[in-house]
Design a protein around this ligand. Structure first.
Ligand SMILES: *Cc1c(COP(=O)(O)O)cnc(C)c1O
Length: 350
């Protein structure tokens, strides 16, 4: 039986006593071959989708949250706190509920996808919306923990990245070696940092023979690392990566440089195109931010960087149901007719 990442990868993670482990059995997500997409793009690579939307709360954040919340319990804390573009708050709320402790969440008002907001609410977190963006929310929570006995569970919490690196372990375990390339969305830049750490640790342990080139993608309207300076009012349809001053900026650049990879940006229309292709060609529904990895892959296909036969993994960070509004806005609206066979046949052009 799968028992969650902390049990499964115990020997490769900082120690935690079993009795403190809070798990919703996160991890063990599928690595899906994307055969129709590569056929459509006429590109000769072995493409896989690491579908992190199938974690318990619908995003990769659960891998880090299980560890951060377990460690909070171990240190005797009874409350956790985070700023969030949505998925961190959803995950924090669920793991706090499982642990029987309080979760406090600070989010940018009106900029959280509906599925994520409703998760934080139904799991019983105390939610505050601010008139401002994620970067301001993060500043506020960093101040709060200075004077209050609660644990900050944003990705600056070191156990978040330790938990998240297990996704790289799973990919290597599934493929039998590391891929040649890894494509991933970049927001606060914790996840690209965590994957790189995971790949490097596996290589040091000789569980794999190499590490992939890390390709990170910011959204064009929220691309501080690409532009080389913080963005004051970041804008993108990909709300999970609407971040103007990433906490793990330097570490992400290190991952890029050590792996001989790149951090680049993709436009909202490139993101939405990849988002629809994944849904239509692969039957995989991810949220817009997740599709930034595949949009980056498509951009690289156009630049002809692949020679053929390479193994490529794209991380799909969150589930499409998180953001139903964007899905509806980017699909044809269903036609309504009277409840008559003829009328239905006519609309279906049958
Ligand atoms: C958090 C998140 C990201 C960004 O990850 P970082 O570690 O902040 O770079 C991307 N996609 C989704 C769906 C997320 O929830």
């Amino acid at each position: 039986m799968w028992r969650g990442i902390l049990h499964h990868y115990k020997k490769l993670l900082p120690p935690i006593e079993d009795r403190y482990i809070v798990t919703l059995l996160e991890g063990n997500t599928p690595l899906i071959p994307a055969l129709r997409l590569v056929q459509y793009l006429k590109i000769d690579v072995k493409l896989y989708l690491k579908y992190e939307g199938l974690n318990p709360t619908g995003s990769f954040k659960d891998r880090g949250m299980t560890f951060a919340v377990s460690k909070a319990l171990e240190s005797g804390h009874r409350a956790i706190l985070c700023a969030s573009t949505g998925n961190t708050s959803a995950s924090a709320a669920a793991y706090a509920a499982k642990a029987g402790i309080e979760a406090f969440v600070v989010i940018p008002q009106g900029k959280i996808a509906r599925g994520k907001l409703c998760q934080a609410m139904i799991h019983g977190a105390k939610v505050v919306q601010i008139r401002g963006g994620f970067d301001e929310a993060l500043k506020i929570v960093r101040k709060i923990v200075e004077d209050h006995p609660m644990v900050l569970v944003n990705s600056i919490n070191p156990f978040r990245l330790e938990g998240q690196k297990t996704a790289a372990f799973e990919i290597c375990d599934a493929l039998g070696d590391a891929p040649d390339y890894h494509f991933i969305p970049v927001g606060n830049a914790g996840n690209i940092t965590a994957y790189w750490r995971g790949y490097q640790e596996y290589q040091k342990l000789k569980k794999v023979t190499r590490s992939p080139k890390m390709h990170g993608y910011e959204a064009e309207g929220a691309a501080p690392i690409v532009k080389g300076h913080p963005i004051i009012d970041p804008q993108t349809v990909a709300s999970a990566i609407r971040i103007g001053n990433p906490a793990s900026w330097k570490a992400a650049e290190t991952a890029r440089d050590e792996s001989k990879g790149v951090i680049d940006s993709v436009t909202d229309s490139e993101i939405l195109e990849a988002y629809r292709w994944l849904a239509n060609l692969e039957g995989v529904f991810c949220e817009p931010a997740s599709a930034a990895s595949v949009a980056g892959f498509v951009k690289c296909c156009k630049k002809k960087i692949f020679r053929g036969e390479e193994t490529v993994v794209c991380t799909l960070t969150g589930h499409g149901l998180k953001d139903p509004d964007t899905a509806i806005q980017n699909s044809p609206e269903p036609v309504t007719v009277d409840a008559e066979l003829e009328a239905v046949l006519k609309v279906l052009k049958l």
